[in-house]
Design a protein around this ligand. Structure first.
Ligand code: MLT
Length: 411
């Protein structure tokens, strides 16, 4: 027998969304007639926008002919998509990003999970709590977390930045020296955002303390308020301290198609074991070209169509659709006295469980009494205890039905 990676033994239970799926399956087996509404994992429900479908069909036809066939593409992505990203997502907002700073991939989950590989094993990691579990679990797998303390429900070597109603879900700066800070805005799971001034505080901190911010901006397209920053690079000097992650998953209905991108600025520096300066971009490029063979051509053509005039219009309609769901959930729950957060600049509604109920107890109650699957807040970390997340990605019919069912529950 072969010895396995010992750090995997430090992982707690199963991956959050697998655990939820398991409980749902068990419930359905025991209650085959229950009509389940899933507002748990943030998976989209609308079809792909027409402009994207057309572009993908055309790309398939190209691949069918030897004259226009394409095999391996550049690992970092095709230039037509990288240029569209640079022009629309950055240049249009006054941000200067170069083509060798953008890396296309098959998803932000993969990128935020893989990025830790290029940092030293000794790096101290800070995460918000509640937190998207991938940030923590991938650092556990890599051996950076230390032991799990079952009393605090936390890893000993990870710095947790509490985000609770008391601080309006805005984390304080770390109390000890850290090397890597994961920030997610608009936030998953709380749906909350930072203002430019608040984000600047983090950029300044990273500069002063020589740390790198891993900025997960997968939900940027759902920002509705004009003064909320969409990219960390809107903050002066951020290119020296931050990597940014963006995704087509929720914006363009790509949860199954798979496409995302990561920006690693050439200004961003680290150092090697002898103290010699290194470009983070070079390391990520090395990692990406070694372990990834590029997003499929068809997918990249589809993603590029997001930036066409029709694509933009259709994406806007898609985002509006989901944000209307968010408003329906927010208003519906607030009207029966449930305290709700988020859902204004993000497709997630973060609610305080009625009567201070434990998150998993509320999960079970909602599933058994209303046949609704949501996500227990504590699954995102200890500070999520007593909270619960619902997504706005359901169909309109199910969203309205779910709110009605919750209104009819005895809470
Ligand atoms: C979520 O529900 O938090 C997301 O769907 C997870 C993901 O994007 O991987």
């Amino acid at each position: 027998m072969t010895q396995m990676n010992p750090y995997y033994s430090e992982l707690q239970g199963s991956y959050l969304f697998s655990e939820i799926a398991k409980r749902r399956t068990k419930f359905v087996q025991e209650n085959p007639n229950a009509e389940i509404i899933s507002l748990g994992i943030g998976d989209v429900t609308r079809g792909l926008p027409e402009a994207i479908v057309k572009a993908m069909h055309a790309a398939v036809d190209e691949l069918a002919q030897p004259e226009t066939f394409r095999g391996y593409g550049p690992e970092q992505g095709y230039d037509f998509l990288i240029q569209a990203i640079i022009e629309n997502d950055y240049k249009a907002r006054g941000i200067d990003i170069q083509s060798n700073e953008v890396f296309l991939s098959d998803g932000s989950k993969c990128d935020v999970g893989n990025i830790q590989e290029i940092f030293s094993q000794d790096s101290i990691v800070a995460v918000q709590d509640p937190v998207y579990p991938v940030y923590v679990d991938t650092n556990v797998m890599a051996g950076r977390s230390g032991k799990f303390n079952s009393e605090t429900n936390r890893y000993e070597n990870i710095e947790y930045l509490d985000c609770t109603a008391e601080n309006n879900f805005k984390p304080s700066l770390p109390k000890r020296k850290v090397d890597i800070i994961y920030l997610c805005y608009p936030n998953n799971p709380t749906g909350m955002t930072l203002s430019k001034a608040e984000l600047k505080k983090w950029v300044d901190y990273a500069k002063e303390n020589n740390c790198i911010i891993l900025y997960d901006s997968a939900y940027e397209a759902f920002i509705t308020e004009s003064d909320v920053p969409r990219s960390i690079y809107e903050i002066e000097g951020a290119k020296e301290v931050a990597i940014e992650f963006r995704s087509f998953s929720k914006t363009a209905g790509f949860t199954g198609v798979r496409c995302a991108y990561t920006v690693v600025p050439r200004e961003l520096k680290g150092f090697d074991k002898d103290g010699k300066e290194l470009l983070v971009n070079d390391l990520w490029n090395r990692r990406h070209t070694t372990k990834f063979n590029g997003v499929s051509y068809v997918t990249q053509r589809g993603a590029a169509a997001v930036y066409s005039p029709e694509g933009k219009e259709q994406i806007k309609a898609l985002v509006d659709f989901y944000m209307t769901n968010a408003r329906i959930i927010r208003d519906g729950l607030a009207s029966i006295g449930i305290e709700v957060f988020g859902g204004v600049n993000a497709p997630y509604i973060w609610l305080k469980t009625p009567n201070g109920m434990d998150s998993w107890a509320f999960f079970d109650k909602l599933l058994s009494e209303a046949n609704i699957v949501g996500t227990p807040g504590v699954g995102f970390g200890q500070s999520g205890q007593g909270y619960f997340r619902l997504t706005a990605f359901g169909t309109r019919e199910n969203t309205e039905k779910a709110v009605e069912r919750i209104r009819n529950m005895s809470l």
